[in-house]
Write a protein of this length. Structure first.
Length: 255
């Protein structure tokens, strides 16, 4: 668990540093998502209970899960440029899901214990809706955006880790595989690393686009200068020819 915490902090600080260097907001959403998602996993794994002796921290699990859902959506929105691939109605629904998860996540902290169970069920429901909706979105993005490969691989790592943990806990299939006990943590770290590589690739694509735009701008300016020179060179003989024609017409008129 401590190794997971160390890897989590390293990746969060690394990408936060990139955010301050590049000012690209996608890094900030990546950090916020993995902060809340990592916290949710640590609470699920009783890290805080074991090291801090605070059972009440379990109450935060639904809040961290909901807020990780918010930034899961916002990270994908910036990382994959979701708006380009879905309809206006779907995009509005996408943003509504972000707002709903944010409101329910914060409400879970504020409401009394009597209503926490209801809020928890609402959060669970909308997290399922988010997962299903994102699957639909990824089918639209897949093949059109090269970054979708990183995103799919990252979440394949996370889902695989989750499934292995459930098989280890609730069946006898993986009793002889001790690593399966930590598969959720390994899957989470795999997701973070793959998405980090994806962010690096996204930065390279942006840099290539900037270089291409600069080259195109220089080429355009070059053609404009060439056209200006050609027009200038042609204007002198054309002006002389026009003057000769005018003089010819004047001479013919006098005759």
């Amino acid at each position: 668990m401590l190794l997971f915490l160390g890897a989590l902090l390293f990746l969060l600080l690394f990408n936060m540093g990139y955010f301050f260097i590049t000012k690209d907001i996608v890094y900030l959403h990546y950090v916020l998502f993995n902060t809340f998602f990592g916290a949710s996993i640590l609470i699920f794994g009783s890290f805080f209970n074991f090291y801090m002796g605070n059972g009440d921290i379990q109450e935060l699990q639904m809040t961290t899960a909901a807020l990780s859902g918010v930034f899961f959506l916002s990270f994908a929105r910036y990382f994959l440029n979701i708006k380009e691939y879905i309809s206006v109605m779907e995009y509005k629904l996408y943003r509504c899901l972000e707002v709903i998860l944010g409101i329910t996540g914060i409400s879970h902290i504020l409401v009394t214990y009597k209503y926490k169970y209801i809020i928890s069920n609402i959060i669970d429901f909308f997290i399922i809706v988010v997962v299903l909706f994102m699957i639909k979105v990824l089918f639209k993005v897949k093949g059109k955006n090269p970054l979708s490969i990183y995103y799919i691989l990252a979440w394949s790592s996370q889902i695989s880790g989750t499934l292995l943990l459930y098989l280890y806990e609730y069946s006898d299939l993986l009793d002889n595989f001790a690593f399966a006990r930590y598969s959720l943590l390994i899957g989470c770290i795999g997701e973070m690393i793959i998405n980090s590589f994806g962010l690096g690739y996204k930065s390279k694509l942006i840099e290539k686009e900037k270089v291409k735009a600069q080259v195109d701008a220089r080429q355009k300016k070059k053609y404009q200068n060439l056209l200006r020179i050609v027009c200038h060179d042609l204007s002198n003989p054309l002006s002389s020819l026009q003057m000769s024609l005018d003089m010819f017409k004047m001479d013919n008129g006098e005759d």
